[in-house]
Design a protein around this ligand. Structure first.
Ligand SMILES: [Fe+2]
Ligand SMILES: [Fe+2]
Length: 158
C-alpha cells in the first residue's frame, strides 16, 4: 500500500491541484464499494480497504482543504455540510465495526455507500466549483502536496 502511494506521489506533477487527487480517490473508493456490493454479502477484506481509503481521504480534506474554505462566505455552508456528511460516514463505519451480524454489516455498508456517493457528488459538483473561486492556483497546488505528504506519513506500514 505504501509503495502504491509512493508511485502515485511520484506521478504527481508540479501543477497537480488538490481536486485532481481527490477525484481519483473518489473514483477508487466508488470502485471498492461496487466490488463489495457485487459480492452480495459482507467481505471484511474489501471493507478494510474502504475504511482505510476513506479515513485517510476524509482526514486529509478536513486538515488541509475544508479549513481554507469554512470561513469564506462563498464556501462556508457547503463546507460545514461536508463536515456533517463525513461525521455521518464515520458513524456508520463505527457501527459496522462494532456489529457482528454479517447481514446487518452489509445493510449498513449499503447505507454507507449511498451516503458517500451523495457526498462525493456534492463535493465534485458544488464544493470544488466554489473552492476554485476562493482559492488561488498556488493554494490549490500547495494543498495537493500537503495532502499527499500527510497520506504518506499516515499510511499503515505494510
Ligand atoms: Fe469529503
Ligand atoms: Fe472527498
Amino acid at each position: 500500500m505504501q509503495e502504491e502511494i509512493r508511485k502515485e506521489q511520484d506521478k504527481l506533477k508540479d501543477n497537480t491541484k488538490i481536486y485532481d487527487i481527490l477525484k481519483i480517490e473518489h473514483r477508487d473508493v466508488r470502485k471498492l464499494f461496487k466490488q463489495l456490493l457485487d459480492e452480495k454479502q459482507f467481505q471484511e477484506n474489501i471493507y478494510s480497504q474502504i475504511k482505510m481509503v476513506l479515513q485517510l481521504h476524509m482526514a486529509g480534506e478536513e486538515k488541509f482543504l475544508y479549513p481554507r474554505l469554512e470561513n469564506n462566505s462563498e464556501t462556508r455552508i457547503i463546507t460545514l455540510e461536508s463536515y456533517e456528511e463525513h461525521d455521518l460516514g464515520k458513524k456508520v463505519m463505527h457501527d459496522i465495526n462494532n456489529n457482528s451480524d454479517r447481514d446487518v454489516k452489509f445493510a449498513k455498508l449499503k447505507v454507507l455507500s449511498e451516503t458517500i456517493d451523495m457526498h462525493i457528488k456534492e463535493e465534485e459538483d458544488e464544493l470544488f466549483k466554489k473552492a476554485k473561486r476562493v482559492l488561488s492556483d498556488d493554494e490549490e497546488r500547495t494543498i495537493a502536496r500537503e495532502f499527499m505528504d500527510e497520506k504518506m506519513a499516515n499510511i499503515p506500514k505494510m
